[in-house]
Design a protein around this ligand. Structure first.
Ligand code: SF4
Ligand code: SF4
Ligand code: SF4
Length: 532
C-alpha cells in the first residue's frame, strides 16, 4: 500500500506542477489550470460561511470532504502538494523521529485553534483563512518565489553553457524547449517575495523540528479533515502478535500512534500514509489495514477552554485585521483585475492563491501580490501595478484561471469594455503640461478603438516671446478602461506623467454577465486633476 500511496502522491504532485506550468499565455482551458486549487477542502467550507451555498465549482474538494469520514485524512497523505513537499524536505534534512523530536503533541491543538479563529473571522466577514490554505500557500510560493528563481537559474545556466563551443547546439535546442514550454517570455518581477518566501521557508524549516510539523500542528485544512475523521471506517488494525516494540510509534510522521499502546491509532491525526505497516518488522508483520464497521472514536485534541480561547482570539483579531493604513493615495491605486466582484465579495472569495498573478506575468504583467493597502485583509490579493506592467487589451486569462470566480470569466469582447479604473494626468510631471512640449506616447499606445487619450491643441508663448502649438492630452473617461499601458509606456523615469486609479472601475456580479454592459454616462471629460 505504501508504494501505491507514494506513486499516487508523486502523480498528484506532478499534476499540480503541470497545471501550474500550463497557466501561461497562450492558454487552453481544455484542462483548466485552476482545478488544482479547487481540491482545497477549506474552499467550499468558507464559501458556505460567506455565501450560505454549496457551490459545485469546488467539486474536487466536495468529493474529498464526503470521503474523509470514511477514509480519514487521505488528502494529506496522498494529494496535498504542500504535504508532499514537506515529505521531500523531511528526507533531505533528515527530520528526527518522534522519540528524538520535541514533545510535539502539546502543539496539536494549535491547528484547531487557528481553524476556529478563521471561522469566527469569516462569520464577521474578515476572510484571512486563504493566507493559510495549504494549496494557496503552495501555489503562491511557486508563483512568487520558486518559479521565478527556477527560471532565472535555468536561463543563466543555459546561457553560460552556450559559451562552451561543442555544447552550443544541444543547449540551444534545450533553450528552445524551455522557452516554448516552461520559461516565461520575460523574467517575472514579483512583489512581496520576502514575506511569501518567509512563510513558505518557515514551514519547510520546521521539518528540522519534527516531520510534518505544519501538518501536525498548524494547518487549518488538516484540522478540518481531522474533525471529520474522528470515526472513520478504514483503519489500521494491529494483531495480538504485536510485542509493543514501539517502532511504528517512533516512525509515524504524524505521531498518531501512542508509544505505550501501538494498537491505538489517533484517527484525527493519521493521514493514511501506510508507513507503519512497512516499519513493523517483517517477522512480526502485525499491522493490516481494513474496514472496521464498528469504529472507535478518537477524540480531537481540543478542549472547551481552547475553543473559548479561539473564539475570543477570533473576535480580538477582527480588530487587528481592521488596523491598517489609511492612505488615500495608496487606496486609490488598488486596481483589481478586470471582472472582479464588488470589493467585499472579492475579498471573501479570493483565496490569495496568486493564480491570476501567475498567468498575468506571462502576458501583460500588471498583476502583483499586494502589500497592506487598507488593512490586513487585503494582504496578498491581486492588484494592478501599471508602472511595471499593463493589462493586455486582448487578454482575459485572469478570469479564466481564478478558481473561486473572485474574478469572473469574462468573454474577451466583454473584458475589453470593462474598466479597471481611470487614468489621470499628473500635470506636474506630464511633459506637455510640465515643459510645454509635445509628447504623444500614451496616446499612441492606448488600445481602445477610439483612443481614450485626446488632445487640446493650444498656442504656447515661450518666455523669449516665441510661439508654438502644443498638444495637451486629456483622458476621455467614457472611453478609458484603466488598462495602464499609458502609465507603463510613459517615457519619464520613475513616476509616470499619467496614473491609473480605481475611479470609475466596473465591478461585476455573475448576474451582470448575462446583461449587456451598461452604457457609459456622457459626462464631460475629466479635469485631469488627480483624485487624491
Ligand atoms: S495537513 Fe495541511 S499541508 Fe499537511 S497535508 Fe494536510 S492539508 Fe496538506
Ligand atoms: S483573484 Fe487571483 S489570487 Fe484571488 S482567488 Fe482568484 S486567482 Fe487566486
Ligand atoms: S488606461 Fe491609458 S491606455 Fe488604457 S484605456 Fe485608459 S487612457 Fe487608454
Amino acid at each position: 500500500m505504501r508504494s501505491t500511496r507514494r506513486i499516487i502522491q508523486v502523480l498528484f504532485f506532478l499534476f499540480f506542477i503541470v497545471l501550474f506550468i500550463k497557466a501561461r499565455y497562450p492558454y487552453s482551458n481544455a484542462l483548466p489550470s485552476d482545478i488544482m486549487l479547487r481540491f482545497s477542502p477549506l474552499v467550499p467550507v468558507f464559501d458556505f460561511i460567506a455565501n450560505f451555498r454549496i457551490s459545485l465549482l469546488f467539486w474536487p474538494a466536495l468529493i474529498i470532504l464526503l470521503l474523509t469520514p470514511l477514509l480519514g485524512r487521505f488528502f494529506c497523505g496522498w494529494i496535498c502538494p504542500l504535504g508532499t513537499t514537506l515529505d521531500g524536505v523531511s528526507h533531505l534534512v533528515n527530520s528526527p523521529d518522534n522519540r528524538k523530536s520535541i514533545d510535539a503533541k502539546k502543539w496539536r491543538s494549535a491547528k484547531f485553534i487557528l481553524l476556529v479563529g478563521f471561522v469566527i473571522l469569516a462569520i464577521f466577514s474578515v476572510p484571512v483563512w486563504g493566507h493559510f490554505d495549504p494549496l494557496s500557500i503552495f501555489n503562491r510560493a511557486l508563483t512568487v518565489v520558486l518559479y521565478p528563481v527556477f527560471t532565472l537559474f535555468s536561463e543563466s545556466t543555459l546561457q553560460a553553457l552556450t559559451h562552451i563551443r561543442f555544447m552550443e547546439e544541444p543547449v540551444f535546442a534545450m533553450f528552445d524547449f524551455f522557452k516554448s514550454w516552461i520559461m516565461p517570455e520575460d523574467q517575472a518581477q514579483m512583489q512581496q517575495v520576502f514575506w511569501i518566501a518567509l512563510l513558505f521557508g518557515g514551514i519547510l524549516a520546521l521539518e528540522k523540528v519534527t516531520r510534518r510539523f505544519w501538518c501536525r500542528n498548524l494547518c487549518p485544512a488538516g484540522a478540518l479533515l481531522g474533525f471529520l475523521s474522528q470515526f472513520r471506517f478504514y483503519e489500521r488494525l494491529v494483531a495480538d502478535s504485536c510485542p509493543q516494540c514501539g517502532k511504528c510509534a517512533r516512525e509515524c510522521k504524524m505521531n498518531a500512534i501512542p508509544e505505550d499502546d501501538a494498537t491505538f491509532t489517533n484517527k484525527v491525526e493519521c493521514i493514511e500514509c501506510f508507513n507503519c505497516g512497512v516499519t513493523c518488522p517483517p517477522k512480526i508483520d502485525a499491522i493490516t489495514y481494513r474496514w472496521r464497521w464498528k469504529p472507535y472514536h478518537s477524540a480531537v485534541d481540543y478542549s472547551r477552554r481552547q475553543f473559548l480561547g479561539s473564539a475570543v482570539g477570533g473576535v480580538g483579531a477582527i480588530g487587528l485585521a481592521s488596523i491598517g493604513l489609511h492612505n488615500k493615495k495608496a487606496q486609490a491605486r488598488v486596481i483589481r483585475p478586470p471582472g472582479s466582484l464588488p470589493e467585499n465579495e472579492f475579498l471573501d472569495q479570493c483565496i490569495r492563491c496568486m493564480e491570476c498573478v501567475r498567468i498575468c506575468q506571462s502576458n501583460g504583467r500588471c498583476l502583483q501580490a499586494s502589500g497592506v493597502t487598507e488593512n490586513l485583509e487585503d494582504l496578498w490579493t491581486p492588484v494592478g501595478e501599471m508602472r511595471t506592467g499593463y493589462c493586455e487589451f486582448n487578454c482575459n486569462l485572469c478570469g479564466e484561471v481564478c478558481p473561486t470566480e473572485a474574478i469572473l470569466p469574462l468573454p474577451l469582447e466583454r473584458k475589453k469594455q470593462t474598466a479597471m479604473g481611470l487614468a489621470y494626468f499628473d500635470k506636474d510631471l506630464c511633459i506637455p503640461y510640465a515643459k510645454d512640449e509635445d509628447c504623444i506616447v500614451c496616446e499612441e499606445h492606448c488600445p481602445t478603438p477610439d483612443k481614450a487619450i485626446k488632445f487640446d491643441e493650444k498656442e504656447y508663448i515661450a518666455p523669449d516671446g516665441s510661439r508654438r502649438m502644443v498638444k495637451y492630452p486629456y483622458v476621455d473617461e467614457n472611453l478609458c478602461i484603466g488598462c495602464g499601458i499609458c502609465e507603463y509606456k510613459c517615457p519619464l523615469k520613475g513616476e509616470a506623467g499619467i496614473y491609473v486609479t480605481n475611479e470609475k472601475e466596473d465591478r461585476l456580479t455573475k448576474e451582470d454577465l448575462v446583461k449587456p454592459p451598461a452604457p457609459k454616462s456622457k459626462s464631460k471629460s475629466q479635469e485631469n486633476a488627480l483624485p487624491y
